[in-house]
Design a protein around this ligand. Structure first.
Ligand code: SAH
Length: 346
């Protein structure tokens, strides 16, 4: 049995032609899949015999809503999806003036081990396949009734650790016969997996690359982000410079402000030095406190921002949405896992 929703339109067309069907059927099937049908029977413009044939060779995966939280403050919606194998993943829908943005997960869990992050606490369970990436966008739109215009790959998981499925997903979600979301409306965030940055750069896509920097010096970065021991700060910045040269796209750096760890003036100065020579956007994130972690939110965000701005950098501070729900990465899934383990929650 084959997961048909992970197939590109060309692959579906080829499979149908091989069955002796006209190639226009490929687009029909693709369009139905990207409307969120749950069975081949719903594809009413296909002959019954073809629907039965498809049914015997292919399956259509559909996630279930395991939990849904809606913020009373700003309308942010958080979904916990139960996948066909019982795994759970999170998706967040945020309503901004410039459009509705969906933040999707790329893996079930994460193996990157960042010390401040809730998503990585239980390790990685498995990669998501392309249809599971797509379904987060598709079923969030269907369930919420809100049209989605932007996608950020900033949920649970490391996209560069599942890059084949992520790239295939980008082709699917970008297609005009499907959701047709433009590359300029998509951001992909990495903790700094250099071979992935290079591979993406070679494709020259117009999406926005976000790099989770969180520290500009190896001593601090090694401590809070194990990936730095494989690709250190200078190796990472060299890759960022190559990426900019290849794509011409400005990189966005994420920086979660942690009290006494990465919020010194010297660190602000070092950031400015490292990004010199390429247009960069610094996004300062007020640290979300994770119960299992010793880190505290920084109290120096405003002065850190000013210091960076004095170096001529573009700096924003991320506005926190969904403060009354478990909207930060990994926290809802974590609570659910704890419940299943029978451990005490809240
Ligand atoms: N693995 C990718 C994408 C997922 S994380 C990456 O690392 O970029 C999305 C962003 O949230 C990353 O910048 C991550 O470092 C940040 N983040 C994780 N835990 C956080 C916390 N407790 N507070 C603030 N930001 C956090």
């Amino acid at each position: 049995m084959i997961d048909i929703k992970s197939m590109t339109i060309e692959e579906i067309e080829a499979a149908l032609t091989a069955m002796g069907e006209p190639s226009f059927r490929g687009k029909q099937v693709f369009t139905w899949l990207h409307k969120g049908v749950k069975s081949f029977d719903e594809m009413t413009n296909l002959p019954k015999a073809l629907r039965e044939k498809l049914q015997s060779d292919y399956f259509i995966r559909v996630p279930e809503v395991a939990c849904k939280q809606v913020s009373q403050l700003d309308g942010t919606i958080k979904y916990l999806w139960k996948l066909t194998d019982g795994s759970c993943i999170e998706t967040v829908l945020m309503q901004y003036h410039h459009g509705n943005t969906v933040c999707i997960s790329s893996q079930v869990g994460c193996r990157m081990g960042c010390a401040f992050c809730a998503s990585t606490l239980g390790g990685k369970v498995r990669d998501l396949v392309s249809s599971e990436l797509l379904d987060q966008v598709l079923f969030t739109e269907i369930d919420s009734g809100l049209p989605i215009s932007n996608i950020v790959l900033m949920g649970i998981g490391e996209p560069m650790d599942n890059l084949d499925n992520v790239l295939r997903f980008l082709t699917l979600v970008n297609h005009e016969a499907g959701l047709h979301i433009g590359m300029r409306h998509i951001s992909l965030s990495t903790c700094g997996v250099v071979p992935g940055i290079d591979r993406l750069g070679e494709l020259g896509l117009q999406l926005t690359l976000s790099v989770s920097l969180h520290a500009p010096d190896n001593e601090t970065r090694n401590r809070i982000m194990p990936v730095n021991r494989a690709y250190d700060v200078d190796t990472l910045f060299a890759a960022c410079h190559r990426y900019f040269e290849r794509t011409g796209r400005r990189i966005s750096f994420e920086y979660a402000m942690i009290d006494g760890v990465n919020d010194s003036d010297a660190q602000a100065d070092l950031i400015a030095k490292k990004v010199r020579g390429m247009p960069a956007h610094l996004n300062l994130i007020p640290l979300n406190q994770v119960r299992e972690s010793p880190f505290q939110p920084s109290r120096r965000i405003a002065s850190f921002q000013k210091r960076l701005e004095r170096h001529g950098l573009t700096v924003t501070v991320r506005r926190s949405l969904g403060g009354d729900i478990d909207a930060s990465c990994g926290q809802l899934r974590r609570r659910m896992m704890e419940k299943q383990d029978g451990r005490d929650v809240r």
